[in-house]
Design a protein around this ligand. Structure first.
Ligand code: NDP
Length: 446
C-alpha cells in the first residue's frame, strides 16, 4: 500500500464530517479534517441549533399572552434582541469548543483553512499539501439567492443570526423549511411579517392537508401569506426596502429574507482536478457507499442528493466509515426519515403524504383529527392541532404520520420508531394512551 500522510482526509467539519472523522479515528486510522469557517458547520453555527434557540425566544411571546388564563399577571414585557444574540453566541462558542475537544480527544488532526483537491489523493490547505488514501467531501451547502435587481439587499437565514437590530417589518421569500421557520420566529418576536411564495401553497413537498392547515395557523398568528407572489426588484430608499412584487404592488419593509433553498458548497474545491462527477442538480454523484466517480473520493451530507438534514449526514457518515474502515459494509436507509419544521405551531412528519400514498398503494385509509390542545382550553389561544395517519388498507401498515401542533417533533420521533418497525393500525389501536396528552390521539384515531 502506498505511504500516505493520512488514511482519511475530511474536508468540512460539519455534522457529517466531524462524525466521520471521529469514528474513523476510533478504528485506528490516521485522520485529518480541514475547516475554513467554524466547527460544527451549518447546524451548530447558522442552522438548527441557533434557530431552535430563536424559536424558543419567539415562543415566549405567546406563552406570555397565554398565562393570563392561568391566573398569572405579568408586568409589561420587553424583548432585547442583543441579549438573545449574545446569549446565543456564547452557547455556540461553547459548542464550538466541545467539537474541538471531541476531535482532539479522538486523535484527529484539525487543519484550519480552505482545502482544495489537487488530485485524487492530494489535498492542499494554504501552503501545505497532504497525501491521503481516501478523501471525504462534507462541505455542506450555502444559501441560494435568485438573481433579481436589488438582491444585494436581501439577507439569508445565516445573516439573521448576526443582525445588529431586529427589523420592524420583514418580507420572507420562499415557502419551505427555512421560510416558515423564520417567518414564525420574526412574527413571534413581534415583527410585521410577510411570507411571499411563488406557488399555490407553501410547504409544497408536504401533505396537502397539512400544508393548508399549517398556513391557516400561521395566518391566525399574524403572518401575512401571499402566494403566487415573487419579488421582481428591490430598491433601497432611506434604509427602507421597496419590494416591487410580481403583481406590481410595492411592499415596504426593513429586511428581506431570502429562503429559496441551499446549493452544495463546492466552489473552489478543485473538483476539476479529479474525475468526480456532478448530478444535474449540481450535487456530487455518489453510490450507495458515498463513493464518488473518483474511487478514492467520497462525499456525504448536503453536497450529495439526500435529504438536507443533520441526522441524515450523521447516519451517512456512520455508514461510510463502517464500510470504508470497519469491514462492515453498510448502506444508508433513506426510508421513513422523520423530519420537523420548527414553525409556530410545529410540524412533524414521517413516511408518505396522503397524495404519495394514493399514487403508490391500491387502497389507502386516512385517519385524522383536529382539536384544540387542552392547554389552550382556558388561555383563549385559538391554535389548533392536526394529526393524521395514512394506512395501507391491504396490509394495515401505517405508512405515514403527520402532525401540526405543539411539540410535534417530540411526538413524531416516537411514532417514527413504530413506523420504521412496520407497525400496523391495529398495533396503534392496541396501544394504551397516556392521558391527558396530545400524543394519545395517535392511538385513538378511529
Ligand atoms: P426548501 O427547499 O425547503 O424551500 C425552498 C423554497 O424556496 C421553496 O418554497 C421553493 O419553492 C422556493 N424557491 C426556490 N427557488 C425560488 C426562486 N427562484 N424564487 C422564489 N422562490 C423559490 O429550502 P430551504 O431554503 O427552506 O431549506 C433548505 C434545506 O435545509 C431544506 O430542504 C431542509 O432539508 C433543510 N432544513 C431543515 C430544517 C429542519 O429540519 N427543521 C430547517 C431548515 C432547513 P417551490 O416549493 O415552488 O419549489
Amino acid at each position: 500500500m502506498a505511504d500516505y500522510d493520512y488514511d482519511l482526509f475530511v474536508i468540512g467539519a460539519g455534522s457529517g464530517g466531524v462524525r466521520a472523522s471521529r469514528v474513523a479515528a476510533s478504528y485506528g486510522v490516521k485522520v485529518a479534517i480541514a475547516e475554513e469557517r467554524f466547527l460544527g458547520g451549518t447546524c451548530v453555527n447558522v442552522g438548527c441549533v441557533p434557530k431552535k434557540l430563536f424559536v424558543y425566544a419567539a415562543h415566549v411571546h405567546e406563552e406570555l399572552s397565554d398565562v393570563g388564563g392561568y391566573g398569572w399577571q405579568v408586568g409589561e414585557s420587553q424583548f432585547h434582541w442583543q441579549t438573545l444574540r449574545e446569549n446565543k453566541d456564547r452557547e455556540i462558542a461553547r459548542l464550538n469548543g466541545i467539537y474541538q475537544q471531541l476531535l482532539e480527544n479522538s486523535g484527529v488532526d484539525l487543519i484550519e483553512g480552505r482545502a482544495q483537491l489537487v488530485g485524487p489523493h492530494t489535498v492542499k490547505v494554504g501552503d501545505c499539501t497532504y497525501s491521503c488514501d481516501k478523501i471525504l467531501i462534507s462541505t455542506g451547502g450555502r444559501p441560494f439567492v435568485p438573481p433579481l435587481p436589488g438582491n444585494e439587499h436581501m439577507i439569508t437565514s445565516e445573516d439573521v443570526f448576526y443582525l445588529d437590530h431586529l427589523p420592524r417589518r420583514v418580507a420572507v421569500v420562499g415557502g419551505g423549511y427555512i421560510a416558515v421557520e423564520f417567518a414564525s420566529i420574526f412574527n413571534g418576536l413581534g415583527v410585521e411579517t410577510y411570507l411571499l411564495y411563488r406557488g399555490e401553497q407553501i410547504l409544497r413537498t408536504f401533505d396537502r392537508e397539512l400544508a393548508d392547515f399549517a398556513a391557516e395557523q400561521y395566518q391566525e398568528k399574524g403572518i401575512t401569506i401571499q402566494c403566487h407572489t415573487t419579488i421582481s426588484r428591490i430598491d433601497k430608499e432611506n434604509d427602507q426596502l421597496h419590494c416591487t412584487l410580481s403583481d406590481g404592488e410595492v411592499l415596504v419593509v426593513d429586511a428581506v429574507l431570502c429562503a429559496t433553498g441551499r446549493n452544495p458548497y463546492l466552489s473552489g474545491l478543485g473538483l476539476e482536478n479529479t474525475t468526480v462527477q456532478l448530478n444535474d442538480d449540481g450535487k456530487i454523484k455518489v453510490d450507495q457507499y458515498c463513493q464518488t466517480t473518483e474511487p478514492s473520493i467520497y462525499a456525504l451530507g448536503d453536497v450529495t442528493g439526500g435529504p438536507e438534514l443533520t441526522p441524515v449526514a450523521i447516519a451517512e457518515a456512520m455508514a461510510f466509515v463502517n464500510t470504508a474502515f470497519g469491514s462492515k459494509p453498510q448502506v444508508m436507509d433513506y426510508n421513513n426519515i422523520a423530519t420537523a419544521v420548527f414553525s409556530s405551531p410545529n410540524i412533524a412528519v414521517v413516511g408518505l403524504t396522503e397524495e404519495q400514498a394514493m399514487d403508490k398503494y391500491a387502497k389507502v385509509e386516512v385517519f385524522r383529527t383536529t382539536f384544540r390542545h387542552l392547554k389552550h382550553s382556558i388561555t383563549g389561544n385559538p391554535e389548533k392541532t392536526l394529526m393524521k395517519l395514512i394506512v395501507d388498507a391491504q396490509t394495515d401498515k401505517v405508512i405515514g404520520a403527520h402532525m401540526v401542533g405543539a411539540e410535534a417533533g417530540e411526538i413524531i420521533q416516537g411514532i417514527a420508531i413504530a413506523i420504521k418497525a412496520g407497525a400496523t393500525k391495529a398495533d396503534f389501536d392496541a396501544t394504551v394512551g397516556i392521558h391527558p396528552t396530545a400524543a394519545e390521539e395517535f392511538v385513538t384515531l378511529r
